[in-house]
Design a binder for this molecule. Structure first.
Ligand code: SAM
Ligand code: SF4
Length: 348
């Protein structure tokens, strides 16, 4: 599969396995994102506070617990599993978990095992990830300017990320770049980043900032509407809408002049909930069925009270049945974040 091939479309409900996870609005949940740690080696300004207090180890699911919950989800028809964080590659034993989960790739199991990473440690792990069957990854990168990268990540080294991308591509992993659009910091660099990514055969997806968690910066100051970005890009490029729906908040266009694909994630200005196919598990074992709502199911308490896999499956089904119809984000001057949890806790 080339980076520009469309990901497999979601099977219609009628074709779904009889045990498929359905919610009250007949949406089929087939995609699980698992945050394997709340920790990170970077401190991106829109994601974390400078001095983050991380969770005590006892609160975080062990690798065995994470694998067990993931296996129950796979038994319930989850086909795509994304490992995220915090930074997944900083979790000790991460590759062991990835290896265990990779054994579930194949008919009747997972169709895709993937991860979202900041790329700082990718150079070390890319070849092993490819060997495990990881075919595509998302790498977050907001600028190609080393100084700005250091500022935005509060100390990161751009060269590490670029080396990680090179290693992943050399190992045959298709990389998609995720770029958060920031009004003050990278707005002017967006066209150059798109050109760079497309020249290397990589998709790039722009993300609007979302009001998650307390951070020092003023979010209204950082918010950049992708509708405005799209309008500007359209003044010099030809953007063709692509009929691609991955069940998430991204809409895709192909830019004729670069030949590459651009994703636009606009949680603030569009409602993408009607086709939502995903749920999220935090590293503490809390299941969130909506990124933008406070609904939560504590699977860790169940896990640690000796629950059977059937008990876990029952709790997951009940949680999915209560999946909210949609979210309600707002960024207004002086408004508190819509949700208290950080993106690094829920997983992007
Ligand atoms: N550390 C990994 C990384 O950076 O790719 C994985 C976790 S990170 C929380 C996942 C994604 O969430 C990243 O692409 C990041 O840019 C994005 N993100 C974090 N905080 C955000 C926010 N407040 N609004 C929008 N996107 C955010
Ligand atoms: Fe870390 Fe990713 Fe959050 Fe940046 S966006 S601080 S890399 S978890």
């Amino acid at each position: 599969m080339t980076p520009y091939d469309a990901p497999p479309a979601q099977a219609p409900v009628s074709e779904a396995a009889p045990n498929a996870l359905l919610d009250a609005f007949a949406r089929r949940v087939s995609y699980l994102r698992v945050s394997v740690t709340d920790r990170c080696d970077l401190r991106c300004v829109y994601c974390m506070a400078e001095k983050m207090v991380f969770l005590p180890k006892a609160e975080v699911l062990s690798l065995e617990e994470l694998e067990r919950v993931a296996a129950v989800f796979i038994g319930l028809g989850v086909k795509k599993l994304r490992l995220t964080g915090g930074e997944p590659l900083v979790r000790k034993g991460f590759m062991g978990l990835a290896q265990a989960l990779s054994r579930r790739l194949g008919p009747g199991g997972l169709e895709e095992l993937t991860l979202t990473t900041n790329g700082t440690r990718l150079a070390h792990h890319a070849a092993a990830l490819a060997d495990l069957g990881v075919r595509r990854i998302n790498v977050s990168l907001d600028t190609l300017k080393p100084d700005l990268f250091r500022t935005l990540t509060r100390g990161g080294d751009l060269a590490q990320v670029l080396a990680g991308l090179e290693a992943a591509r050399a190992a045959g992993i298709a990389c998609k770049i995720n770029t958060v659009a920031l009004a003050r910091d990278n707005a002017g660099e967006i066209p150059a980043m798109i050109q760079w990514a497309h020249s290397l055969g990589m998709d790039l997806t722009l993300i609007e900032t979302m009001p998650l968690g307390e951070i020092e910066a003023d979010r209204t100051d950082q918010y950049l509407s992708l509708a405005a970005v799209r309008e500007e890009l359209s003044s010099y490029w030809t953007l063709d809408d692509l009929p691609l729906n991955t069940g998430g908040p991204a809409r895709y266009v192909r830019i004729r002049e670069t030949g590459g694909r651009l994703g636009l994630i606009t949680p603030m200005s569009h409602n993408f909930c009607e086709a939502c196919n995903r749920v999220r598990l935090t590293c503490t074992g809390t299941l969130h069925t909506c990124l933008g709502q406070d609904d939560a199911t504590d699977l860790r308490a169940l896990l640690r009270s000796g629950a059977s896999d059937d008990d876990l499956a029952g709790a997951i089904r009940a949680a999915v049945m209560g999946k909210p119809k949609g979210h309600d984000f707002r960024i207004g001057a002086g408004e508190a974040p819509a949700l208290k949890r950080h993106m690094s806790t829920t997983g992007g």
